[in-house]
Design a protein around this ligand. Sequence first.
Ligand code: ATP
Ligand code: MG
Length: 570
Amino acid sequence: MNDRSDRQPKDFIREIIDEDMRTGRYEGHVHTRFPPEPNGYLHIGHAKAICINFGIAEEYGGLCNLRFDDTNPCKEGEEYVEAIKEDVRWLGFDWDDREYYASGYFEKLYEYAVELIKMGKAYVCDLSPEQIKEYRGTLTEPGRESPYRNRSVEENLDLFRRMRAGEFPDGSRTLRAKIDMASSNINMRDPVIYRILHVAHHRTGNKWCIYPMYDFTHCLSDSVEGITHSLCSIEFEDHRPLYDWFLDQLGVHHPQQIEFARLNMTYTVLSKRRLIQLVEEGYVDGWDDPRMPTLRGMRRRGYTPEAIRNFMARIGVAKAESVVDYALLEHCVREHLNRIAPRVMAVLRPLKVVIENYPDDKTEMLEAINNPEDPGMGTRKVPFSKVLYIEQDDFMENPPKKYYRLAPGREVRLRYGYFIKCIEVVKDEKTGKVIEIHCTYDPQTRGGNAPDGRKVKATLHWVSAAHALSAEVRLYNHLFTKPNPMDVEEGKTFKDYINPDSLEILTDCKVEPSLAGAMPGERYQFERIGYFCVDSVDSKPDRLVFNRTVTIRDTWAKIKQKVMGGDRKS
Ligand code: ATP
Ligand code: MG
């Protein structure tokens, strides 16, 4: 990645690493990893962890591994592995050949467990899962020691070997670390490190019927890979003493774990467990639904990886929990698309306009600018003819004050075209609804200015009816109605705050003919309306489908202006 504009300012993690570099800890190396569990699709919260881990490695000339923490064969699968790789790559990061799997260390982890047993630091326990829970105690009461805690090393070695050999049923025995049942940290109360599970694993097949627990696996996988800085989210802070214990008992390479706050955002939920419910219960159309905060959802919606990385740089890294305004992410998307997306004209809710004094069979090709922000993007021709479409809400029969768009007797400018003046309104006889308006145009105003210097107060976008392409446009809004959908009233769940208007589908839109052949994933600004992306699933050459990526109106810029006077960088 050469674009360094998203480089982050110094935060507490980078300060720690600077100090380690200064003192020569880890011989001046920085080696991080991103460790997803392949049991779901990545969301914007994961993108924060990805940007931190890959970003820091890159900045310090180090390396970042991609490691799948695949210790739970019941919920994991190859489908997720491939999807995660695709998403990390899309975000703009590369792990070269450093793609690892915790399951690749199962043999090594088994040996570490045997070593702990030999040191008298682990034992086979016959308590049932329920009993283990019961013996564990609570936050305020200490736990009780298992009656199997003092088995001999020989007996433990024999039982653990037979657990591996498949002699015992699921749940009948576990291997536990022998630490301290009275510890104030519940994670230290003889945690289970191996369980029996006669289930095939997506990578190791039926080789194993015992599986290491996440906490045991995670820290030792980091150690095996020579990770220097194990950067993870704050919920692992309480697990750090346990990780330290495993690493110190075994006397192996000891990475420095540093925890940072999880990303939370307004109007969304960021937890696989809840996102799964939205998918499985049909609130959205899958993991890649453009309303989902997943990376594939955002990609389909039209967000760019550059915008997401820029967003991460702006929110920075801290230890304290906070909730980031969704509008900031949208602001970053808008800012990037403003630079790279070509402008086109599209009419979402068409109203027919007949220009009475324009020749019936004439078509003019008018020059339009592709992106005023970037002259290098050139120009294109848009056809103009007698019958056009404009937006329904760009006309009002009885306009209120401050409505400057088209109205009876009023003149406006058509973008790249002429001044037109409304002379007649045609209504549906039954409903009274305006179905067509008739105008005249002033041939002298081609290009948008009147030689006599008269002014108009509005410029409308339009398309030529004979040349326009039909399209479906999907307008997306927040998935939840409440900034914090997890703040639930009694008797409700987060699902009670799903926005019934999160998707509006317009099937009768008209877009300019230059969009013929628009490819899935391409992004455009529809002038005056917003940024749109060609849907990668449903759009076909003969039936264009666009997703609204983000509106034109920048609520974040507004908030910023209110809060900070608008002159500071966000
Ligand atoms: P979830 O809570 O959504 O189920 P998870 O933490 O179980 O996610 P993992 O696959 O374990 O999912 O996540 C991989 C990495 O991403 C972890 O190191 C985790 O710390 C980090 N991560 C997950 N969610 C967030 C978030 N909201 N903000 C920052 N980092 C996150
Ligand atoms: Mg996790």
